[in-house]
Design a binder for this molecule. Sequence first.
Ligand SMILES: Nc1ncnc2c1ncn2[C@@H]1O[C@H](COP(=O)(O)OP(=O)(O)O)[C@@H](O)[C@H]1O
Ligand SMILES: N[C@@H](CCC(=O)OP(=O)(O)O)C(=O)O
Length: 371
Amino acid sequence: MTETIVVKIGSSSLTSEEGGLNRERIAFFARELAALHESGRQVLLVTSGAVAAGFRKIGYAARPKIVHEKQAAAAVGQALLMQAYQEAFASYGADGGIGVAQILLTRADFSNRRRIQNAQLTIEELLKQRMVPIINENDTVATDELKFGDNDTLSALVGNMVKARRLVIITDMDGLYTEDPRKNPAARRIERVDQISDDILSIAGGAGSSVGTGGMRSKIEAARIAMRGGIPAFIGRVVEPGDLMLAVDGNGRGTYFDTSLHNLPMKKQWLGFHSMPQGRILVDEGAERALLLGGKSLLPAGIRAIEGDFHPGDVVEVCNLRGETLGRGVVNYAAWQAQAAAGLSSEEVRRRVEVVRMEVIHRDEWVTLKA
Ligand SMILES: Nc1ncnc2c1ncn2[C@@H]1O[C@H](COP(=O)(O)OP(=O)(O)O)[C@@H](O)[C@H]1O
Ligand SMILES: N[C@@H](CCC(=O)OP(=O)(O)O)C(=O)O
C-alpha cells in the first residue's frame, strides 16, 4: 500500500519575525517534499504562515493580536503562501511540475461528520491524482473559542484521517528538550517518547518566537492525538537537503513519538477527538484497569462521582480520581441514573435503579485517550 506522510511546517520555519515569507525556505521545503513525493509516497502538507506572510502587506507593523486584524492578515497571506508553494512545486515532477491544492479547514468541520467525510474524500482523490494537498486553518471563519490557533492539532487530526505512516512536525528546534532550550541552554534533547505522561507535558513550554503560536506544548498535544490514533510522530528540524527523508525514515534531527496502537476507525476518531462531552464520570482504580487494560465495559460499581447533566446517547469523559482523562464513551445512563447506581453491584442496580442496560458505557462505544 502507498505510504502517506503528513508534514506540518510552522510559521517560525517559513517567515521572519519582521513578517513576510522567506521564499528561500519555501523553495527548500518544496524540494524536500518533492523528493518524498517522487519516492512514491503520498504527501500532505499542513502549513502555517498566512498571518505572518500577510501582516506587513496590509501595513501592520507587527503580527496583529486583534482577531479581525489577524483574520485580515491571514486572508492576504494565504494567497501569498499558496502562490509561493505553487511556484516552488512547479520546478519538480513531470511536465508542469507537481500540482498543489488548497484545503482550508476549521475545528467545526471536524465535529460535523458529513463535512469531514467530504474533506476526506476530496483529499483521497487529490492524493490518488498525485497532487499535494496544502492545508491550513480557515482563519477567516474560525472563531476564537473554536479555533485550533496553531496548526499542530490540525496536522494530527489530518494524520489520523488519512492514516498516515508518519506525522512530521517541522519546527525551529531539533526536538523536545528537558526544558525550553531558549531559557536553559543546558537542557538535553529527548530522542524517543513512547508515552506522553504528565511529566513530558509539563516540560513543554510555549512559543519561542513572536511568529510561532503553539510552542512545544501544542506539538506534544498533537503527538499525543497522533499516537492515540496509531500514527507515529516526529518533531524536529529540517534544515539540510535530505533532512525530511531522514526524518520520515527514522533518522531525523528531532524526537520520535512511537506508538504500538492501531489506527482508530473513523467512528472512534470522531468519539475521541471531535465529539462534545456533556459531562464527566469519575471512576476508581479497578474501573480504570478494566477500561484501559481489560478492554471491558464500564459498570456502575467502579463509579465514584458524576459531573454535568447528560442523557443516554450523549458522550461523556471518563476520568480517574486524580482527574486524568482516561477516555470518552457514549453513555447508556442519564446523569441521575448514573448517580443513583454509582458504586453499586450489578445485582443491587437491578433491584434499585431502573436501567435498560447494565453497562454505563459499552466497550464498543468507548475510546481510550490516555496515551
Ligand atoms: N521543552 C522544550 N523543548 C524544545 N522547545 C521548546 C520547549 N519548550 C518550549 N519550546 C519552544 O517551542 C518553540 C517552537 O514552537 P513555535 O514557536 O510555536 O514554532 P512553530 O512556528 O514551528 O510552530 C521553540 O522555538 C522553543 O523555544
Ligand atoms: N493559521 C495560522 C497559523 C498560526 C500559527 O502561527 O501556527 P504555528 O506557526 O503552527 O504555531 C496561519 O497560517 O498564520
